[in-house]
Design a protein around this ligand. Structure first.
Ligand SMILES: CCCCCCCCCCCCCCCCCCCCCCCCCCCCCC(=O)SCCNC(=O)CCNC(=O)[C@H](O)C(C)(C)COP(=O)(O)OP(=O)(O)OC[C@H]1O[C@@H](n2cnc3c(N)ncnc32)[C@H](O)[C@@H]1OP(=O)(O)O
Ligand SMILES: NC(=O)C1=CN([C@@H]2O[C@H](COP(=O)(O)OP(=O)(O)OC[C@H]3O[C@@H](n4cnc5c(N)ncnc54)[C@H](OP(=O)(O)O)[C@@H]3O)[C@@H](O)[C@H]2O)C=CC1
Length: 515
């Protein structure tokens, strides 16, 4: 019997960010392992023309929830979507809904955040700091609350090289930042943003660090814990391998490489790729929820959910495995054949960006124009290059995260819980995981049919032939231009031609003699 699964039975659980990548995997696991839970409240906003109900319907009818429907057939009744916008005062939750949440919630998992690296500081503070503060205030009014679990990021202190499971203070108090965002105008915020974020690379990591400070400030009153995952990737095992449904982090680059857009990347092959599968993060999160509620640690514990110190793998090895998988299982309608190299300095990066990214895009757009279609490749390529420049910080450095609390928690679990809520990253085989990740990208994100693989391979062969043809034509044109302009080139050309002629004559003469 799993103690953790048992613990969530009969509970009312509030999840923010349940429509996001991690939130969905969290909900799925909760329903699958504790189908007797009372209710999961999710704070959802209407989005992209969809109502709340349509959004929930879409999630529950997705492939991710197929197993859940077998073990929990009344899952529709156990999920209660509450209209909420975390950017608004009191989250714009109706009085009645608020009353219900305050009266019944037993556990909170706070996953909602803006994960965009380039978000305006005002918006990032609103969601990652102010909303966390407001949720904590709500939590303090919940009489039954047993635990509040805050999802942060291992990169909230990426300005340090070695990071312990502690909260590092930021120079400016979160409350002061929250206040100033209310009266400063956008232009001034833009001006002070680089000074505020200091040696962090973006507003995301900075505001996640402020969010942690806000949580710490409430630690006296509530039973809190913080989880810091590193780069969350597709699922490893549960509910099935390779599930992923957005392009954040490495996933977008896998797509770009498979489609042949991404041909070179400025990355350090030996740098540790601290990837962590989404199901490991979710298993740890649920174990932490149980431990925090049942064992009530005296202080707010922070748990690093990282792979680097227990089972390290580097970007070089991962990149090779991504490309090897695309050899066997290519994506459909690729722009070019998947092939990508690392660059290590500015000059080579600029050179390969021009040759491998910009030039093919310009040529393809020219072809689209000639055939009466709208050019789009240059725009797409510029966006990819912008994305690469934002991710570069994370693929050219290594960090060390201590995992003392995470290992301590692992030792506290029963053998059954260690199996059902497995977060032991040492058991993960990276090559197998990456292969499933790439397959998952093809199947679940791009929704490509495996029956299309032979056609995709044919397409890559055609691209290879076009590539050879193009290179030969380019060489001949360049050579023709050269011999038209240079005496030396002409002499070399005559020498080669006469040499070939003599060789052929000799060969013909000797074969005639033999006869
Ligand atoms: C298994 C891993 C191996 C990876 C191998 C991949 C390539 C294989 C090639 C092999 C050879 C080379 C070896 C390479 C090996 C190194 C590869 C390294 C990749 C790993 C990089 C990961 C680093 C992540 C670090 C995360 C640290 C913090 C983690 C967190 O806590 S939070 C989660 C992370 N958050 C994000 O990832 C959000 C980042 N995104 C943004 O901030 C924004 O989207 C933006 C990048 C600023 C762009 O904003 P825009 O306004 O311009 O537009 P929009 O958001 O609407 O998107 C525009 C188009 O860009 C596409 N897109 C978005 N994100 C990505 C992405 N990560 N990669 C590629 N493309 C992306 C998006 O789809 C849009 O496309 P369109 O619709 O066609 O226009
Ligand atoms: N993905 C990763 O690599 C990592 C993620 N994390 C952390 O994990 C957590 C979850 O990340 P992930 O699932 O990847 O992120 P997603 O971007 O997939 O999900 C974000 C969630 O927050 C919700 N949200 C955003 N703004 C609002 C708002 N104004 N009101 C209500 N809800 C809102 C989104 O709702 P909607 O669907 O309506 O947009 C969505 O459900 C975050 O705290 C993130 O910092 C930490 C480390 C790595």
């Amino acid at each position: 019997m799993s103690m953790i699964a048992d613990f969530y039975g009969g509970k009312s659980i509030l999840i923010t960010g349940a429509t996001g990548f991690l939130g969905k995997v969290l909900m799925e696991k909760l329903f699958r392992t504790s189908p007797d839970l009372r209710v999961i409240y999710i704070l959802v906003r209407p989005k992209a023309g969809q109502t709340l109900q349509q959004r929930v319907f879409q999630i529950l009818n997705s492939k991710l929830f197929e197993k859940v429907k077998e073990v929990c057939p009344n899952v529709h009744e156990k999920i209660r979507a509450i209209s909420a916008d975390l950017n608004q005062n009191d989250f714009a939750i109706s009085m009645q809904d608020m009353q219900e949440l305050l009266s019944y919630t037993d556990i909170i998992f706070h996953c909602a955040a803006t994960v965009r690296f380039d978000d305006h500081l005002r918006h990032a503070v609103q969601l990652n700091v102010t909303a966390t503060q407001q949720l904590l205030l709500m939590a303090s009014q919940m009489p039954n609350l047993e635990a509040f679990i805050h999802i942060s990021t291992a990169f909230s202190n990426c300005n340090l090289k070695h990071i312990d499971e502690v909260i590092y203070p930021c120079p400016v108090e979160p409350k002061k930042i929250i206040d100033s965002m209310e009266w400063l105008d956008d232009a001034i915020i833009d001006e002070i943003t680089p000074k505020l974020i200091g040696d962090r690379p973006n507003t995301y990591t900075y505001t996640k660090a402020l969010g942690e400070m806000v949580v710490q400030q409430e630690s006296g009153k509530l039973n809190l814990a913080i989880i810091r995952p590193s780069i969350v990737g597709a699922t490893w095992q549960e509910p099935f391998p390779g599930w992923v449904d957005n392009v954040n982090g490495p996933t977008g680059l896998i797509v770009a490489a498979g489609k042949g857009f991404l041909r070179s990347i400025r990355a350090t092959p030996m740098a540790v790729a601290d990837l962590i599968p989404a199901d490991i993060v979710v298993n740890l999160t649920l174990a932490v929820g149980w431990y925090t509620a049942v064992h009530r640690p005296k202080s707010t514990l922070i748990y690093h959910c990282t792979s680097g110190n227990l089972n390290p793998c580097n970007w070089g090895k991962m990149g090779i495995q991504v490309l090897a998988t695309f050899e066997k299982i290519p994506l459909e309608r690729a722009f070019r054949r998947p092939k990508a190299d690392f660059t290590t300095n500015n000059v080579t990066t600029q050179y390969w960006n021009a040759v491998s990214h910009r030039a093919p895009a310009i040529i393809y757009d020219f072809y689209l124009r000639l055939t009466g279609r709208k050019p789009r490749m240059t725009k797409l390529m510029n966006r990819l290059l912008r994305t690469l420049s934002m991710l570069e910080y994370f693929i050219n450095r290594s960090w060390e995260w201590s995992t003392y609390n995470t290992e301590m928690l692992m030792s506290k679990l029963s053998p059954e819980d260690q199996r059902v809520f497995n977060f032991d990253v040492r058991q993960l085989n990276w090559l197998e995981y990456i292969e499933n990740y790439v397959l998952g990208v093809k199947k679940y994100l791009l929704k490509e049919d495996m029956a299309g693989i032979p056609e995709a391979k044919q397409h890559l062969k055609r691209l290879r032939n076009i590539h050879y043809l193009f290179n030969t034509a380019l060489f001949l044109i360049a050579w023709r231009l050269l011999i038209a302009r240079s005496q030396v080139a002409r002499n070399v050309w005559f020498f080669i031609v006469s040499f070939c002629y003599k060789f052929l004559s000799y060969f013909r003469a000797s074969s005639t003699l033999k006869v």
